[in-house]
Design a protein around this ligand. Structure first.
Ligand code: ZN
Length: 244
């Protein structure tokens, strides 16, 4: 499977950037994971909105869902222009009825509630979930295909259950919204040392830090995380790809 990072800023997109959005491709199936502000514009450098086969949403904060509405418009308008494609399934949790309802739009998109205790099959992907520690209900995901695994933490402070959930993953896409000297616990986020320690204990093969802060020198996040984890650490970058 091939992961392309579309957007990685925490909270809101930095100038000309995008907040959370990750495109995962395998066997010709295009899955967009989270659809934050700026993602629709950026994603069109890679694929057209009508080429998406499914969308998977971790939680309903604007930096993860802001572009759902314009994605719906894009497919509506491309349909008016004569293209034909099926209704797009958008998978999200149903513990927020108001937000979940917005995933369905005419015949364009259809909200599908995932059951966090069950494994969800989306195209060629098997997805399992872990509820995170965040101010609103949010789920981390472990996505498997072809014997490879990616864990995406979504938004969360560190919780012990992450270790078993992420054990041995080929890639840990870990949120890192704070620097070492900051405590993200009350905000529901991790800092660089949390991410590094997590990666080491879960024995993941590679760590990518994402959901990055807008201030400070983000390269410091790597040196801070590397005090705990000796494997490969990268910062998320726009259009960065990782093939597993
Ligand atoms: Zn959030």
């Amino acid at each position: 499977m091939k992961l392309t990072i579309i957007g990685f800023w925490g909270g809101y997109p930095k100038k000309n950037g995008a907040s959370s959005g990750y495109l995962l491709e395998h066997e010709g199936f295009n899955l967009l994971i989270d659809c934050g502000s700026g993602v629709l514009a950026k994603m069109q450098n890679i694929i057209e909105p009508e080429e998406l086969d499914a969308v998977l949403i971790s939680h309903y904060h604007p930096d993860h869902i802001a572009d759902i509405g314009v994605l719906q418009h894009a497919r509506l308008i491309q349909g008016f222009l004569g293209k034909s494609f099926p209704t797009l399934p958008i998978y999200g949790h149903s513990l927020d009825n108001t937000e979940f309802a917005k995933l369905t739009y005419k015949e364009i998109t259809k909200g599908n509630a995932y059951l966090p205790n069950d494994v969800l099959t989306v195209g060629p992907f098997q997805v399992s979930f872990l509820k995170t520690d965040h101010p609103v209900t949010c789920y981390a995901m472990r996505i498997e295909a072809n014997g490879k695994s990616i864990v995406y933490t979504a938004d969360s402070s560190f919780k012990e259950e992450f270790i078993e959930f992420s054990k041995g993953a080929d890639l840990l896409l870990c949120e890192c919204n704070f620097y070492q000297h900051q405590n993200g616990k009350s905000a529901g986020h991790m800092n660089s040392v949390d991410a590094g320690r997590f990666a080491a204990r879960a024995e993941v093969k590679q760590l990518i830090l994402t959901h990055l802060p807008h201030y400070g020198e983000v390269s410091k996040l790597i040196s801070e995380a590397s005090t705990e984890y000796t494997g490969i650490i990268k910062l998320a970058e726009e259009f960065q790809t990782i093939s597993l």
